[in-house]
Design a protein around this ligand. Structure first.
Ligand SMILES: C[S@@+](CC[C@H](N)C(=O)[O-])C[C@H]1O[C@@H](n2cnc3c(N)ncnc32)[C@H](O)[C@@H]1O
Length: 261
């Protein structure tokens, strides 16, 4: 192969596309591992570190560290998701890997949280009735399933950056963002967040640490919804405003009869 062919723009572009694709795939696998670990972490499954495992340390320092860990995740997640930040950030990173980089930072923030989380093991409630315990555990599993299923309903591979890096590799433009209301999105506007709330709150044994986690993530989800809906209204205008009138935010209760589409 001649020197010219090696350095031609298309060879460079293909190499760039392959690097972006590799970055996207590795980050996606990291996200998947982090997501699966979250189920084990919150549910106290047999993994090296969970929300309640480890030797308890003094309460106040533990609480401060845990709040800082949650705050770091919340700030990363909400700042990096804003359109204004993305406009600035895509002057630093190529647009095709902007989402992948967001997913990478979010995964790292979560891994840091799992690693540094301090257990606070005082019991807030414990279901002594085995049926109640099974019901709570099942609700939590349903929550995780709703989270994962809902990502596929809007666009799993775009949410986690793979679609963007594939488009870059194939030299294709991505179509503009599309407003969608499939399946769960006809029942609530935020099924992913609803799934997380079910997964975090429904537990047979609620410790102080788990409760702090559930309260902080609920607060963050409510702020996240407010920010996300502001962006969605800016993007989709009246279409999203109508959707807000017709479909509940998180609690699956019927509102108006009008059809969502
Ligand atoms: C992590 S997802 C959470 C989606 C939703 N809040 C939920 O809980 O299911 C965030 C992304 O979904 C997009 N999104 C939210 N609702 C959408 C809809 N109805 N149609 C298309 N995209 C949507 C937002 O623009 C954002 O990029």
């Amino acid at each position: 192969m001649s020197d010219q062919a090696i350095h031609s723009p298309s060879a460079k572009s293909t190499a760039g596309g392959l690097v972006a694709m590799l970055y996207g795939i590795v980050t996606y696998l990291l996200f998947l591992a982090t997501f699966l670990y979250a189920i084990a972490f919150v549910g106290n499954l047999p993994v090296p570190k969970t929300i309640d495992s480890g030797r308890p340390e003094p309460f106040i320092p533990s609480l401060i560290i845990n709040v800082l860990l949650l705050g770091m995740f919340a700030v990363q997640h909400s700042v990096m998701a804003r359109p204004a930040f993305k406009r600035w950030w895509t002057r630093v990173v190529p647009p095709s890997v902007e989402r992948t980089t967001y997913v990478l930072f979010a995964s790292v923030a979560l891994l840091l949280l799992y690693w540094q989380w301090r257990p606070m093991t005082g019991i807030v409630w414990s279901a002594t009735d085995p049926v109640a315990a099974i019901v709570l555990q099942t609700i939590s599993w349903i929550g995780w399933t709703v989270v994962l299923a809902s990502t596929f309903m809007i666009n799993h591979f775009e949410l986690f950056g793979l679609r963007q890096v594939l488009a870059r590799l194939l030299g294709r433009e991505l179509p503009p963002a599309e407003f969608k209301t499939p399946m769960f999105y006809k029942v609530v506007r935020h099924p992913i967040y609803l799934g997380f709330l079910l997964a975090f709150w429904a537990t047979p044994t609620m410790t102080v640490g788990h409760l702090a986690f559930a309260i902080a993530t609920t607060g963050y989800i409510l702020v996240g919804i407010w920010l996300e809906e502001r962006d969605l209204i800016a993007l989709f205008g009246d279409q999203y405003r109508r959707y807000r009138q017709q479909v509940s935010m998180l609690i699956p209760l019927p509102r108006h009869k009008a059809k969502v589409g």
